[in-house]
Design a protein. Structure first.
Length: 382
């Protein structure tokens, strides 16, 4: 494909590729198999339900999810593609003039080198390189949660015989903790790590494409296997880990908690240690969360590390009323953790909030958090 020549690709969900003659035996796209779904029990919200029953909330992905006692996991499908175009670090995949819609999730046109059209996208691919491999690329690769859950964790859905048939794994260059995670997994020795940059274009002769193992935070049990696979290869340290953790987000510009300093002082008086996991190696993060008994944290990507916790670990997540995202409650359920929440208030009316509302300041009652911790300790002792 000539350099700097714009290519128009029509957006299509992968299951719809059969309608245009591209999926099936002997075709460019083959649905190899899907993992079986599972029902995952969710922890009851002993403290949080008192807020949730009375306060107006904006919940993600659906309103009323806090009442659910379980979720039904996503069933990750595995596809084998032949002669596929893979564009940019987000891993946008096209067959002929059809782009797989699922590979456009969390992509950004300016960052990943494409224009959005009414029925698809237009790209300007650079020089094409040829290879084969397992596709672990995903948009939002600079975010720890997206990098791990939407990207690297998909390796857990790929059977060993498919891995053995591949020359390598494709990961986004600079994806947060991706290389560390892969180095801690027992991958096939023959699998080379192929880092894909934002301006790269690849022609993949045989592409193993596992779709999401999360769905809308409906994590498949293979995600638990992924975290266990990493944790198994992280040796213990001689010194004991702190048992009570507070995840300090004071350096983040996203969803600033305006009274976080006051909250941290109160929790320090209860024996909590303030930590910033983003400053640690992945192995040290795994050790830290594996050793904890109680974790208190505002909602944020660092809670991805709940995957490393021991069953029964108590988690108290602090959530803003304008953004109650239950992805970490679902992860806690998958990992068999005890979970509760405390709700705080956005500092301006919701109608004024940007649709993303990720930069909105909020405040939480320190007394409510301290009371939730006290109740947690009492329940654990009972």
């Amino acid at each position: 494909m000539p350099d700097q020549v714009e290519t128009v690709l029509h957006r299509r969900p992968i299951e719809a590729f059969a309608a245009v003659g591209l999926m099936g035996p002997g075709r460019a796209v083959q649905h190899a198999h899907s993992l079986a779904p599972a029902r995952v029990a969710l922890p009851a919200l002993a403290t949080g339900r008192h807020f949730l029953q009375q306060w107006q909330l904006r919940e993600l992905p659906d309103q009323g999810m806090w009442r659910h006692s379980h979720y039904d996991s996503f069933a990750p499908p595995i596809f084998v593609l032949h002669d596929a175009l893979v564009h940019a670090s987000a891993g946008i995949v096209a067959i002929g003039d059809q782009v797989i819609a699922e590979t456009l999730v969390h992509t950004e046109p300016d960052m990943h080198g494409f224009r959005t059209l009414a029925k698809g996208i237009a790209i300007r691919p650079g020089p094409v390189r040829r290879l084969s491999g397992v596709h672990l690329l995903a948009g939002g690769e600079a975010d720890y949660y997206h990098s791990m859950m939407m990207g690297v964790a998909r390796i857990a859905a790929v059977p060993e015989n498919y891995q053995a048939a591949s020359a390598g794994v494709l990961v986004a260059r600079g994806a947060t903790r991706a290389l560390e995670a892969l180095s801690l997994l027992d991958l096939m020795p023959s699998l080379a790590i192929e880092e894909v940059g934002r301006d790269a274009t690849l022609r993949v002769e045989t592409l193993i494409l596992p779709l999401s193992v999360c769905g809308e935070s409906a994590y498949h049990p293979c995600v638990a296997d992924f975290f266990r696979g990493i944790s198994t290869n992280v040796p213990k340290l001689a010194r004991p880990s702190p048992r009570c953790l507070y995840i300090d987000r004071s350096r983040s510009y996203l969803r600033p908690l305006v009274n976080e300093a006051e909250l941290m002082r109160a929790l320090a008086n209860l024996g909590f240690v303030m930590v910033r996991p983003e400053s640690m190696s992945l192995a040290d993060q795994a050790r830290l969360f594996r050793g904890a008994d109680v974790i208190v944290a505002p909602h944020g990507a660092e809670l991805t590390n709940l995957g490393f916790c021991r069953p029964g670990t108590q988690v108290i997540e602090l959530l803003m009323d304008a953004y109650c995202n239950w992805c970490f409650r679902n992860l806690a359920g998958l990992m068999r953790l005890r979970y509760d929440c405390v709700i705080g208030l956005a500092q301006r009316p919701w109608p004024e909030l940007d649709p993303a509302f990720h930069t909105t300041a909020w405040k939480i009652s320190v007394n409510h958090v301290v009371a939730a911790v006290a109740q947690t300790v009492q329940r654990a002792a009972a």
